[in-house]
Design a protein around this ligand. Structure first.
Ligand SMILES: [Ca+2]
Ligand SMILES: [Ca+2]
Length: 259
């Protein structure tokens, strides 16, 4: 079902944004059963920066993401291992945006084994059971079949203990300020987490950052040691000031006497 007139690109393929939301498996099936001018559809496979730029510029005009034909089979190395195109084309070009693929979505949802092209001009791995618009590419080869991909589920929780010497350091967890200070124990989704700490007058924390795997229902720990500077200079007390004045006046008097 074509919702818009597909756009021809220089490779002779037509492309289309479908502006109704579907899960990735549903979008893949819909794309594979689509055709245009005798060309078979599939979720778009982006194998060059020119093709990426064409799709981004032509279709991604607002704050939305659209499925592309990128996926990881279950059991692939995370987050960046074993990505495939639905057509079987060689995976030799990527346009992930910063920090992606992450394999972890909002609220700790995992795994993210399919991908979107997004409004900030790059790709993001996302949950296959999320609903998104999608990009169909039409070309004169058979569509093939849609792979089985894992849906996201909320993972089990575990604990992450963060301690430091000295204590009282502010804790940043997975790039977000937590508002907590050491020692503190977080309840977090099982999986990889990264903590850093900061404290006034302290630097050169060892380690600089701590990445650890929190097991399901288990506990992991991050422990930091900081190198902390001396406290700020204490303002001169009244007694010391009087002593300094006495010394200066004695010096003046001595010079007068020596004339
Ligand atoms: Ca993944
Ligand atoms: Ca992601």
């Amino acid at each position: 079902m074509a919702l818009a007139v597909p756009t021809l690109w220089t490779n002779g393929h037509y492309y289309e944004l479908v502006s109704s939301s579907a899960t990735w498996p549903a979008a893949c099936t819909a794309a594979n059963s689509s055709s245009y001018l005798g060309n078979a559809g599939h979720l778009a496979t982006i194998t060059s920066i020119e093709e990426h730029d064409f799709i981004y510029t032509t279709f991604i005009s607002g704050p939305f993401d659209a499925w592309i034909g990128a996926y990881q089979p279950p059991g692939s190395g995370e987050p960046s291992g074993n990505w495939h195109w639905v057509t079987g084309e060689t995976w030799n070009f990527t346009k992930w945006f910063g920090g992606q693929p992450s394999n972890v979505g909002a609220f700790g949802l995992v795994p993210e084994d399919v991908a979107v092209i997004g409004s900030i001009n790059g790709w993001n791995d996302d949950c296959a059971n999320a609903s998104k618009y999608y990009i169909i590419e039409y070309e004169s080869v058979a569509s093939g079949s849609c792979p089985t991909v894992e849906a996201c589920t909320t993972p089990s929780l575990g604990s992450l203990q963060v301690t430091s010497s000295p204590a009282g350091a502010s804790i940043t967890l997975d790039g977000n300020a937590t508002g907590q200070v050491t020692p503190f124990t977080f309840t977090v989704p099982a999986g990889s987490h990264t903590a850093i700490v900061s404290k006034s007058l302290c630097s050169a924390w060892s380690p600089a950052s701590c990445t650890t795997i929190v097991p399901n229902g288990g506990v992991a720990a991050c422990s930091f040691t900081g190198t902390c500077g001396p406290p700020p200079a204490v303002p001169m007390s009244g007694g010391a000031l009087l002593w300094l004045m006495a010394v200066l006046m004695a010096g003046v008097a001595a010079r007068r006497l020596s004339r």
